[in-house]
Design a protein around this ligand. Structure first.
Ligand code: HEM
Length: 354
């Protein structure tokens, strides 16, 4: 990272008791990807091992498991177990909620977008199928209840949320292809722009709905529903960058409203949006507020924290993207983040405001 990265102040033990009211987020969003371990499932019909049409076949490690060792010794041959992805598909079918992240779920053997969604639940849980099933079930239940796609159309109060959240997409010159590597999706949270903590964070449910709407807009831009490349435990280009900008925050204490809004958002996102974060930058963090970083980290899974980059100078953000496959990504960012591109108000999408 750049030399603008600030060092968190070691105050965790001093503030640790404060967090007991908020449960620690599950290790979901950024669990390191490992090969999915073969899992013995209840006997069910064998999957049709057709490769995904028009795509690289899903490798055995993350998609297909052999019959359990010793099965052939049984007198009655055991029905072959389902591959982990097929088991997750069964969970989704049994649950009945038809979509996740804008993808209408279908048989992952032939439907790449569904393979991507289900594989992310496996990756988020280090290939642990029981945990992946549990997390997927909870997501399906949450989506059925929350109806996140409808929140994209819902109008939020301008006075509370205007200018606080944007989604931008940057594609390379002449790279407007369907390749996931040819574009980068960013969500921006300009929490430094909050005018009144009570207004923005006071109604927790409304804040979470607005935050979810922003995430769902970003997911639409990621366009998993048109994806053509299956992912594996090691390869997953369907992720986004997130930026929190704390420029000119006018309050130096974390109010209870901010604490519960951030705690609840972290929990909801870790549970329902796993494996969608590439890297997260916290910019314009006043040095005096380094302690907040230490505090926030207490809520977040260790694997997710590895993707966090606090920076005191927002103008240096563009330098962070020199390695991007999108040519000149840094230059495309708004000028206030060190690029030469249009500002967020001009280029970004916001949740609907009224
Ligand atoms: C006092 C003003 C602040 C407000 C209103 C605020 C607001 C929030 C909110 C609402 C979240 C929930 C997650 C999200 O929206 O993506 C969050 C997360 C977070 N904030 Fe802040 N924050 C403030 C200050 C800071 C400061 C100064 C830092 C230091 C870097 C910081 C670091 C973090 C971290 C590390 C997370 C966890 C992010 C995640 O799990 O993705 N916050 N903040």
């Amino acid at each position: 990272m750049t030399d603008t990265a600030i060092k968190p102040t070691p105050v965790e033990s001093a503030i640790a008791p404060e967090i007991s009211e908020t449960p620690k987020a599950p290790a979901a969003e950024t669990a390191p990807v490992v090969e999915a371990a073969p899992v013995v499932a209840e006997p069910v019909p064998a999957p049709v091992a057709t490769p995904v049409a028009g795509a690289e076949p899903v490798s055995k490690a993350e998609g297909v498991t052999d019959a359990p060792a010793g099965a052939e010794k049984d007198k009655t041959p055991a029905a072959p177990e389902l591959a982990p992805i097929a088991q997750l598909w069964k969970v989704a079918q049994e649950n009945g909620h038809p979509e996740v992240w804008g993808v209408t779920l279908a048989d992952p053997e032939t439907h790449v977008p569904t393979q991507i969604v289900l594989q992310k639940y496996l990756n988020a849980n280090d290939g642990d199928i029981a945990k992946a099933k549990d997390q997927l079930t909870k997501t399906l239940e949450w989506r059925a209840k929350t109806k996140p796609l409808e929140l994209i159309k819902k109008a939020f109060t301008k006075a509370k949320f205007e200018g606080l959240g944007f989604v931008t997409v940057y594609a390379g010159e002449g790279e407007a292809s369907t390749e996931p590597e040819s574009k980068e999706v960013f969500t921006w949270n300009i929490y430094g722009g909050v005018k009144s903590i009570e207004e923005t964070f006071g109604n927790l449910e409304e804040f979470i709905e607005w935050r979810v709407a922003l995430m769902e807009i970003a997911l639409q831009e990621l366009s998993l529903s048109t994806a053509t490349k299956p992912i594996t435990a090691e390869y997953d280009p369907y992720k986004m960058f997130q930026v929190h900008d704390y420029k000119s925050i006018s309050f130096l204490r974390q109010s209870p409203a901010v604490k519960s809004a951030s705690g609840e958002t972290i929990k909801v996102f870790a549970q329902n949006y796993p494996e969608l974060l590439k890297e997260k930058f916290f910019v314009n963090v006043p040095a005096i507020m380094g302690f907040v970083y230490s505090f926030m980290k207490l809520f977040v899974a260790a694997k997710t924290i590895k993707k966090f980059h606090p920076m005191s100078n927002g103008g240096a953000l563009a330098l962070e993207f020199a390695d991007s496959k999108v040519t000149g990504l840094g230059e495309k960012l708004p000028a206030e983040y060190g690029g030469k591109g249009g500002d967020l108000k001009a280029l970004g999408k916001e949740p609907v405001l009224e």
